[in-house]
Design a protein around this ligand. Sequence first.
Ligand code: ADP
Ligand code: MG
Length: 437
Amino acid sequence: MDNAMKPMEFIKHIEHAFSFTKAHAIKMIKDFHKEMGFGLKGKKSSLKMLPSFVKKPKGNERGTFLAIDLGGTNMRVLAVRLHGEGKFETIGVKRFSLNKEIISETEKVFFDFIVDCVINFLKEYHLDSIYEMGFTFSFPVVQTSVSSGTLVTWTKGFSVKDVEGKDVVFLLDNALKRKGVKSLKIIALVNDTVGTLATKCYEDPACDMGVILGTGTNASYPEKTEHITKYKGRWNSDEMIINIEWGGFDKINRNLYDETLDRNSENPGMQRMEKAISGMYLGEIARLVVLNGLKNNLFHTKTIEDIFSSPYAFTAEHLSYIALDDYNKLSWLKDIHDLDKKIIKMIAHIITTRSARIASSAIAAVITWMDNTLTSPHTVAIDGSLFEKYPGYKETMESTMVELFGEASKNIRLTLTHDGSGIGAAIIAAIVSSSPQ
Ligand code: ADP
Ligand code: MG
C-alpha cells in the first residue's frame, strides 16, 4: 500500500476489503445449502450438522430444573421453574467469570471449578432437594444420546487439557462425585444454540431457529428426521434439532486482515465464519486494521501504537463504546485526536456491518432451507452480547433481510432471548425427564 495514503483513501480500501454485498450473500446462501446437505448426509462439509437428540419443547413441560451454562466468557448456574402454558421463571442465577488461567487448566482443576461454582450457587439459594440438571456446553460435541457427548475440539480460546475426545458429562459427573455432591443428576447435554431455541419455542411455537452471537457464533434448527441420513440409530420423533456448528463455515471471502488473524490464532484454518463475525474476534480485526493505518501514517496521536500493541486487548465491547462516542469506559482512548477517533469509529462501523450482514445471510440460508418461499412466520431466538449490545447490529441484520427478501422478510422475526442458552438447558432437562429416552 502507498505510504502516504489519505484517510478517505484508507477508509475506501477498508470498505472494499470488508464489503459483503447482496451478491456475496446470495452466493453464500447457495453454498450454505450445499454444505448443510453434505453435513446431513455425513459427507465432507465445513458444517458439522450435529444431531442433538432433542426435539422442540411444547410449552407444557413442568417442574424445577437446574442448569449450568458454560459459554465462552462466562459460566452461569441457574434454577428454573417451568409452569407449563409457555410460562417459566428463573428462581436463581449466578454468573462466574472464566479467566484465562482456568480455561487452560487441567481437566480435573477445570471441572472441579465448575462444581465449586454450582455448590456456591446451591448454598446461596438454599436449594437442598434433589434436582435434575441440564448442562449447556457451547463447543462442538458429537452426541450419541441426549445425556452424553464427546468434545470434538475446543474453540473460542479454550485449551483445557485432556478433554478433547472425551465425554464431558462423564467428566462433570466425576467432578460432582469427587466433591461429594449427590443431589444433582445431569440428564441433558445441550448446545447453547439448542438451549436458546428451546427457550423461545417454549413460549412461541413459531420459533424455529436458535442463534448465538456472543464470544462465538453458531445456530440450530429443527430438521426432519428423514433428512438426517447419516444418523442410523433409533429416534422417537419425526424431527430433531440439528446443531449446525456454523462457525466453521469456510466458503466466505477472506481479506488480508482475516488471514493475519487466522494465522496467529490458536486454531488456524478453523472457525472461519466465526472469526469474521463473533465478539471474540471483532476487536482484534479492528486492531489489525488500525495497525495497518499506522503503517500508512494515518493517525495524529503518537500513542496509538502503544494503545493498540497487545493482541486481543481491544474488544467488541470497546468497539460498541466507540460507536456510541462514549469514552467514559475508554479512558485510554479519551485523549486521542478527534480525527483519529473518527477514523477508528469508521473502522468499527465497517467491521461490525460485515459481521451483521454475514450473520443475517447465514440465518436467511437456514430459514430458506426450511421454507424456501418464506410462506410461514419464523421467529429467530438470538442470544449473545454482540447482538444484544452493539448499537445498530440488529437493525443492520434486519435491513439485510429486506435487501434479500423484500416484503417476505416480514415473516422473519429476530428476537433477543436473553440467557436463553441456560434456561433452555433446564427446559430440555424437563423434556428428557418426562419422556423415556
Ligand atoms: P458468552 O459468549 O460467553 O455466552 P456473551 O454473550 O456475553 O458471552 O458474549 C461475550 C462477547 O461479547 C465478548 O466477545 C465481548 O467482547 C462481546 N461484548 C460484550 N459487551 C459487548 C458490547 N457492548 N458490544 C459488543 N460486544 C460486546
Ligand atoms: Mg452465551
